[in-house]
Design a protein around this ligand. Structure first.
Ligand code: NAP
Length: 265
């Protein structure tokens, strides 16, 4: 990876590449000269983005339309990740969304869809990618979690907590293999996330918002440093320090409102 000390990364696959944090990963990696495989559901938007990144940076950008809430969509991406003739050196499992509402207010179908996209797809795609990376003795996986992983906050927080635990455990199992895994835990980031979920953001103070491009730059630096969990901003590092020493009951009271109107997603 140019500009970092992760050697010879040439193709990265990013899920949820058309908007927000995924699009920021695509911009940064393309600017560094990496070829890309862009995954999301909206084919027209993917094509537009691939053309723009190709024209601006001279890289190859493949489009892979897939709905990661379906077995067919996950299988299509697994197949691309397992293609030994066109290896993927960096996987960014980023696709995700929020559901508005408290427990029992969100439909069971929506809860299960979230677990499919945030957990099952991440498990299956990480496994498909890492098998080849381990054989080649190099590669990286960034699994986008959230600071919500560290607070009691419904299915969203639980799913992101799974992402953190899974990634840390897999990173430990793969230590010494040349494959790096890292869970990325952002706070509030200005993206399409809250609008798509129908969540208001008026009550979120300005200082809590992160910029997606800066977040991605920090995340890639943390990956090259070998971190397994990245909380990229000093503001959120400090907040997470506070969370660690706050009793769970009190924390639950504060965070139970989140994702219902606003809160770190
Ligand atoms: N924004 C925040 O405050 C925040 C904070 C912490 C963590 N995160 C996490 O960061 C990740 C990215 O979120 P974002 O804020 O960048 O959101 P975003 O702007 O809404 O972008 C979400 C991306 O995911 C794709 N996507 C959604 N559902 C999908 C599915 N079923 N299959 C394939 N692709 C799908 C979307 O494209 P299509 O609609 O075309 O499929 C889009 O490219 C998520 O995992 C989120 O939980 C966000």
């Amino acid at each position: 990876m140019r500009g970092t000390n992760v050697p010879r990364m040439t193709t990265a696959l990013i899920t949820g590449a058309t908007a927000g944090i995924g699009a920021a990963f695509a911009r940064r990696l393309a600017a560094q000269g990496h070829n890309l495989v862009l995954v999301a559901r909206d084919t027209a938007r993917l094509r537009e983005q691939a053309t723009e990144l190709h024209d601006r940076h001279g890289i190859e950008a493949e489009v892979l339309s897939a709905d990661l809430s379906t077995d067919g969509g996950i299988e299509a991406v697994e197949k691309r990740l397992a293609d030994r003739r066109h290896p993927i050196e960096l996987l960014v499992n980023n696709a995700g969304f929020g559901n508005k509402g408290r427990f029992l207010e969100v439909s069971m179908a929506d809860e299960l869809t979230m677990l499919k996209v945030h957990c099952e797809a991440v498990l299956r795609l990480t496994s498909a990618a890492v098998a080849g990376m381990r054989e080649r003795g190099r590669g990286g996986v960034v699994n986008v979690a959230s600071v919500a992983a560290f607070v009691p906050r419904g299915t969203y927080g639980a799913s992101k907590s799974w992402v953190v635990q899974f990634t840390q455990g897999a990173a430990r199992d793969l230590a010494g293999s040349g494959v790096r895994l890292m869970a990325l835990c952002p706070g509030f980031v200005r993206t399409e996330f809250h609008e798509r979920a129908g969540m208001g953001t008026d009550n979120i103070p300005n200082w809590m918002w992160l910029d997606a491009d800066k977040l991605v730059a920090s995340a890639l630096t943390d990956l090259t440093r070998g971190k397994t969990v990245s909380v990229p901003d000093p503001r959120y590092k400090a907040l997470m320090g506070l969370v660690k020493v706050t009793p769970r009951g009190l924390l639950g009271g504060v965070t139970s409102r989140t994702g219902r109107k606003y809160g770190p997603q």
